[in-house]
Design a protein around this ligand. Structure first.
Ligand code: AHG
Ligand code: MN
Ligand code: MN
Length: 392
């Protein structure tokens, strides 16, 4: 009797081994298997029984996707997958707070503080900064971190593993829109440290690298849904947070920016303070000469949201330097936390990103953490047209 029981357990084990082996083989051969679903049968008009199971979309989570990407790189350590999972964890927490912002006093409004650049910090700015820093600095895969909200680099705390990547982050982009229920975002940029095998803490030098050397860049948009858009240098992928399972699922594979587009986005209130060349470009795209249609203005005031719309629909975003105040002689946007990661995404999606002088954003070497730049970014043809206005 005992022998029979053992035999039975043995065959169950054998069956499980076979099934697991087979399903892994199928997954390896065909990519990720869709989640199983019950089959539905119905009769067609000839009275035949046919399979009426609705076609199910393949669900690929962000972690599955990154893991799959890593499998293509020989000797990949999985470190990168783990780093992104720490970023995503904080993003979900920030996304949750953004959703309930109107309900709670301690989320809306300004704090008594200003950040390194003398700008008022909103409560959500501080909350997001905290959430990302806490999760990222102890993740074991970074050697140093920089945040738009901190003057100096953020070191890895004592006792935690020093990794081979650096991250620069704008924890909350579009702060002026927080209190008005308008889309805001997070932007991140990842480089490999200069000495990848070093176990010493990273330095500012490790962060001050050219944009085209980024290993990954992306943003999270907290909009009507929460989306994460990223590139690891092989095109751009978009993931939408499915709140019911708490996972980012691949919703926009291989995103491409339309080659041209009708939208222009700029804070046109500053137009009188722009250079004559930028003003001339603006006149041109609004002109109706020769029966031309003028472009359409769309400006949210959150770079993430303005860029995201233009990525999907095509167009151009401009933040040139202006003479309105002496605060931003070289433009307002930050090279490390905003311009370089967005430029990386734009180029990977077929678009372009340059300064008002026509320099490629990804070729600039940041001289300091909080360096500002002008930014003209968007569809290839639109940026090329802008370049014809740049003085030689
Ligand atoms: P942040 O909220 O991170 O400081 O960034 C705000 C930036 C950017 O998101 C946006 O494109 C730009 O500031 C808007 O500036 P204006 O209000 O001057 O138009
Ligand atoms: Mn920003
Ligand atoms: Mn910010």
């Amino acid at each position: 009797m005992e022998g029979e029981g053992l035999k039975c357990i043995g065959s169950v084990m054998e069956f499980l081994r076979f099934s697991i082996g087979a399903s892994t083989r199928i997954q390896k051969e065909k990519g990720f298997a869709p989640y199983p679903q019950p089959q539905k049968w119905s009769k067609n008009n000839l009275g035949e029984t046919v399979n009426a199971t609705p076609k199910q979309k393949k669900l690929i989570s962000l972690s599955q996707f990154i893991l799959e990407e890593q499998l293509k790189i020989p000797h990949a350590s999985g470190e990168f997958t783990a780093l992104l999972s720490h970023l995503v964890y904080a993003a979900k927490i920030v996304g949750r707070e953004v959703r309930k912002a109107g309900l709670l006093d301690d989320i809306l409004g300004a704090t008594e503080d200003t950040n390194v650049q003398g700008e008022t910090q909103m409560k959500l700015d501080q909350y997001a900064d905290n959430a990302f820093n806490q999760s990222l600095k102890i993740c074991g895969h970074l050697c140093v971190l920089a945040s738009e909200e901190h003057e100096a680099i953020i070191p890895i705390p004592n006792g935690y593993t020093i990794g081979k990547y650096t991250m620069a982050i704008d924890p909350l982009d579009g702060s002026s829109n927080i209190d008005t229920n308008v889309s805001i975002g997070t932007i991140f940029s990842i480089h490999q440290r200069l000495e990848p095998n070093s176990k010493e803490p990273g330095t500012e030098k490790d962060l001050l690298q050219k944009g085209h050397l980024q290993r990954c860049a992306g943003y999270i948009i907290y909009g009507s849904s929460t989306m994460l858009v990223l590139s690891t240098g092989k095109g751009v992928s978009g993931f939408t947070l499915d709140p019911s399972v708490g996972e980012f699922l691949l919703s926009h594979p291989d995103m491409k920016m339309p080659e041209s587009g009708d939208i222009y986005s700029a804070n046109e209130g500053n137009a009188s303070y722009w250079s004559p060349e930028v003003q001339a470009y603006l006149q041109k795209i609004k002109s109706i000469e020769g029966g031309k249609k003028p472009k359409t203005a769309r400006y949210i005031g959150s770079l993430v949201a303005d860029f995201h719309r233009n990525l999907l629909k095509g167009g151009i975003f401009l933040y040139p330097n202006d003479t309105k105040s002496s605060k931003y002689p070289n433009g307002k946007l930050r090279l490390l936390y905003e311009a370089a990661p967005m430029a990386y995404i734009a180029e990977q999606a077929g678009g372009m990103a340059v300064t008002v002088k026509g320099e490629r954003i990804l070729d600039l070497t940041p001289k300091e953490l909080h360096e500002r730049t002008t930014l003209i970014i968007g569809s290839k043809k639109e940026v090329e047209e802008f370049l014809t206005f740049v003085p030689k």
